[in-house]
Design a protein around this ligand. Structure first.
Ligand SMILES: [Zn+2]
Length: 683
C-alpha cells in the first residue's frame, strides 16, 4: 500500500483535493505512476480486438487518465496560486513528461486508426449532438497533432512541442521572478504625497513584513496600481512604471527576448508542418472567428471607431495635465495619474470614495445573491474541506431543490508565490458517467487588497476598488460557467468552449455591477450600513465609459501585437522591440520608452493559452453587450431570460458550436452595436 496520497482515492468530503496531506515529494512519483496507468488504459483501447465503436474507442478515451487529470489540476493550480522553488522545480521536470505523454497518445497509430474508423462512419452511427462534437474534437485532436503525418515529420513535431513546453514555462518563471525582484522602499513620508491612506498603510505593512522601516512598494497590482494612480512624485511614478514595463527585458538571466523569438518561430514551424499557413491559421480553425483575416478585420473595424475618440481623449488629458501641473508631454507614467484626477474632476468619484461601499464580504454576498436571483443557487460556507492556504474560503453550492451543484473555493489576497491577476480554475471537472452526475470543484483566485489587522485600533476590512468589484464578478461569471456545467463528457464541460466564447459568461456578469437594482443588494457602507447613494450609482454608470476610446485602443493594440507574432511568418524577426514598435504603429498615444517592452512579459500569449486569441476579449465584449441588452430589455433579474442563458449557454459547455448556443439563447446573432453604444463610441 502506497503512502502517496495522490495515488489513492481521496477519502475526503465531496471527494475534494486532500491538500494538507499532500507532500511536495508526492507529486513526481504520482505523475509518473498515473502516466503509466493512463498509458495502459490507452493501450487497452488501441489494442482492443473488437471492432472500433464510439463507446469502446471515443468514449473510452474520453474517460481514460482520470487520476492523472486530477493530479495535474491540483499541481498546476498550486503552481499558479501557491508556488515555491520546490514546486517550480517539479514543474520543470513534469512538463516535458506530460507533453511526451500527450504526444504519445496523439501519435499512437493504432489508436488513431480506430478513431478514424469511427470518424469515417459517423453518419451511420446515430450519435447525438454532444457525441458528434466529442467525435469531431477527438479526431481533430489527432489530425491537428500530426496523426496524418509521415514518421519523420511526427518526430519533428514531438521535438518542437517538448521545446515549446519548456520555453513557455521558463517565460512565466522569468516574469514571476522579475515581479518579485523589484522593491521600492520609501523612507521619506513626503515622497508618498497623493497616496490614499489605504495604500500607505498597506505599504507600511509590506515593509514591516520584510523587516524594513518605511513604506515598501512592489509590482504586485495592489501595490503598483495605487502608486501610479495617486503618487504626486512623477520621478517615482516613472521608476515603478519602467520597472513594470521592462519585465523580461533587462538583458540579464531573466530576459525573455530570446524566448519570445524562439516561441514565435517554433509555433510557425509547427503550423507549417501540419499544413497551416501560420500559427494563427492553425489556432483560429477552432475558434468562432475561424481565420486571421476575420480577426484583423474585426480589430481594424473597432480601431476605426475607437481611434478618433481615443485621440480626442488623449488631447484633453494632455491639456488637463498641462493646465494642472504644466506637463508639456504626457508620458506613460502620467496616464493613470492624470486620468484619475480628470475623472475625479468630471465625476468627483474616486476609488477611495467608493471603497467603503465595497467591503469584500459584502461583494461576495452580492455575487451570491445575484446568482441566487438569476440561477437559483445557494452558497453555504463550509469548514470541513481541506484547503491549500488559510486565506482560502470554501463553499458548498446547492440549487433550490437542495441538490449538490459544486464545491467553490475563493482565494482573494496576494502572496509571494501567487501569480498576478485574477483567474478561475477547477480542481475537478463535471461529467456524467454511468448515469451519475459527478459535480465539479471550482475555484477563483484574485489579488485584492488585504484587510489591515487590528493594531492600535486601526483595523480595516478588505475594501475593494470598483475595478476589483467587477473583477470579482468577472471571475465569478467564469465560475458559474464551471459550476452550472451539465454535460456528459468532461472535455466538453463548463469553460471547455472555444476561446473566443469563454469570456461571455464572465464579462456579462460584470454588467450587474453597473446596475442600481443589483448594487442596492450589496453595496453598503462597511461602517454605517448605508446603501450606496444613487447619485454615486449614476456617476458609476456615466464614468464607466470614461476614456473608453483609449482603453479600447489599448486592447486592440494587444490584439494586433498578438496577431503580428502569430498571423504571419516570423522567421525574419530578429529584434523583439523593433517588431513590437511596428505592430503598435497605429495604436500609439504616449511617447516611446526604449526601456520597456510588452512582449517580454505578455504572459497571455507566450505562457498562457491566448496566442492568436487576445482579440477574443473584445470579441466577447460584443457578445456580452449584446447578451446583456437582452437582460435589460426583459429586466436584469428576469428569470426567463436567466434560465435561457443557463440552459443554452452556461450549462452547455462546448457541446455545440457557440454561435448555435448563442442564437438559441438570444433568438438572433450578436451585433456589435450594443457594445459601441455601451462604450459611447456610437452616437
Ligand atoms: Zn476572463
Amino acid at each position: 500500500m502506497t503512502s502517496n496520497i495522490l495515488l489513492k482515492s481521496f477519502q475526503t468530503p465531496y471527494n475534494t483535493a486532500p491538500f494538507s496531506n499532500i507532500k511536495n515529494e508526492d507529486f513526481l512519483p504520482a505523475f509518473k505512476l498515473c502516466i503509466e496507468e493512463a498509458k495502459a488504459e490507452i493501450d487497452a483501447i488501441a489494442n482492443n480486438s473488437e471492432e472500433p465503436t464510439f463507446k469502446n474507442t471515443i468514449e473510452a478515451l474520453e474517460f481514460s487518465g482520470e487520476q492523472l487529470d486530477r493530479v495535474s489540476s491540483i499541481f498546476f493550480n498550486l503552481n499558479s496560486a501557491e508556488t515555491n522553488d520546490a514546486i517550480q522545480k517539479i514543474a520543470q521536470e513534469v512538463s516535458p513528461l506530460l507533453s511526451e505523454f500527450s504526444n504519445d497518445i496523439t501519435l499512437n497509430e493504432a489508436l488513431f486508426k480506430r478513431i478514424k474508423s469511427v470518424y469515417d462512419s459517423k453518419s451511420s452511427l446515430n450519435l447525438n449532438t454532444e457525441q458528434q462534437t466529442l467525435l469531431d474534437k477527438k479526431y481533430k485532436s489527432f489530425s491537428r497533432n500530426g496523426a496524418n503525418l509521415p514518421d519523420d515529420k511526427k518526430e519533428k513535431l514531438r521535438e518542437i512541442d517538448k521545446e515549446l513546453s519548456k520555453l513557455k514555462l521558463k517565460f512565466g518563471e522569468n516574469v514571476l521572478a522579475e515581479t518579485n525582484k523589484f522593491e521600492m522602499l520609501i523612507t521619506d513620508e513626503k515622497e508618498l504625497s497623493g497616496l490614499p491612506d489605504g495604500a500607505m498603510e498597506a505599504a507600511k505593512q509590506l515593509a514591516e513584513s520584510k523587516g524594513k522601516e518605511g513604506w515598501l512598494f512592489n509590482l504586485d497590482y495592489p501595490s503598483y496600481i495605487p502608486f501610479v494612480t495617486y503618487a504626486d512624485n512623477r520621478h517615482l511614478r516613472k521608476k515603478i512604471t519602467l520597472a513594470a514595463g521592462s519585465k523580461g527585458f533587462n538583458n540579464d538571466d531573466l530576459d525573455n527576448q530570446d524566448i519570445v523569438l524562439k516561441i514565435a518561430k517554433l509555433r510557425f514551424e509547427r503550423a507549417n508542418l501540419l499544413g497551416y499557413k501560420t500559427h494563427a491559421h492553425f489556432v483560429l480553425e477552432e475558434r468562432m472567428a475561424k481565420n486571421p483575416a476575420k480577426v484583423e478585420g474585426f480589430l481594424n473595424e473597432l480601431l476605426e471607431k475607437a481611434k478618433p475618440a481615443a485621440n480626442e481623449e488623449f488631447k484633453k488629458l494632455q491639456n488637463f495635465a498641462k493646465e494642472l501641473d504644466g506637463i508639456e508631454q504626457l508620458e506613460k507614467w502620467d496616464g493613470s495619474y492624470y486620468s484619475e484626477k480628470l475623472k475625479q474632476k468630471l465625476f468627483n468619484l474616486d476609488d477611495e470614495l467608493l471603497k467603503p461601499y465595497f467591503k469584500l464580504e459584502n461583494v461576495i454576498d452580492g455575487a451570491f445573491t445575484v446568482a441566487k436571483k438569476l440561477f437559483d443557487l445557494n452558497f453555504e460556507e463550509i469548514k470541513d474541506i481541506d484547503k491549500y492556504h488559510e486565506d482560502v474560503l470554501t463553499y458548498k453550492v446547492t440549487n433550490s431543490d437542495g441538490d449538490f451543484i459544486s464545491i467553490f473555493y475563493a482565494d482573494f489576497f496576494p502572496r509571494a508565490g501567487k501569480r498576478n491577476g485574477a483567474w478561475m480554475t477547477s480542481y475537478k471537472p463535471q461529467s456524467i458517467k454511468d448515469g451519475k452526475n459527478d459535480r465539479p470543484h471550482i475555484s477563483i483566485v484574485c489579488n485584492f487588497t488585504k484587510p489591515i489587522p487590528a493594531k492600535a485600533g486601526k483595523s480595516k476590512p478588505s475594501l475593494l476598488t470598483f475595478n476589483e468589484v467587477t473583477t470579482l464578478f468577472h471571475e465569478f461569471g467564469h465560475a458559474l460557467h464551471g459550476m452550472l456545467a451539465n454535460t456528459t463528457y468532461p472535455s466538453l464541460s463548463g469553460t471547455s468552449v472555444y476561446w473566443d466564447f469563454v469570456e461571455l459568461p464572465s464579462q456579462v456578469m460584470e454588467n450587474w455591477c453597473n446596475e442600481k437594482e443589483a448594487l442596492e443588494l450589496f453595496a453598503k457602507h462597511y461602517e454605517t450600513g448605508e446603501v450606496i447613494p444613487m447619485d454615486l450609482v449614476e456617476k458609476i454608470k456615466e464614468s464607466a465609459t470614461f476614456h473608453e476610446g483609449m482603453q479600447t485602443l489599448r486592447q486592440i493594440s494587444f490584439g494586433l501585437l498578438d496577431m503580428s507574432w502569430h498571423g504571419q511568418d516570423p522567421t525574419g524577426i530578429a529584434d523583439v522591440k523593433a517588431h513590437e514598435l511596428n505592430a503598435f504603429e497605429n495604436t500609439t498615444l504616449y511617447p516611446e520608452t526604449p526601456e520597456t517592452c510588452m512582449s517580454t512579459s505578455f504572459s497571455h500569449i507566450f505562457q498562457g493559452g491566448y496566442s492568436s486569441g487576445y482579440y477574443s476579449y473584445k470579441w466577447a465584449e460584443v457578445l456580452d453587450a449584446d447578451a446583456f441588452e437582452y437582460f435589460k430589455e426583459t429586466g436584469i433579474f428576469n428569470k426567463d431570460t436567466a434560465t435561457k442563458f443557463k440552459n443554452n449557454v452556461l450549462s452547455q459547455g462546448g457541446t455545440e458550436d457557440p454561435i448555435v448556443l448563442y442564437k438559441r439563447f438570444r433568438g438572433k446573432e450578436p451585433q456589435p452595436e450594443a457594445l459601441l453604444r455601451r462604450a459611447g463610441l456610437l452616437k
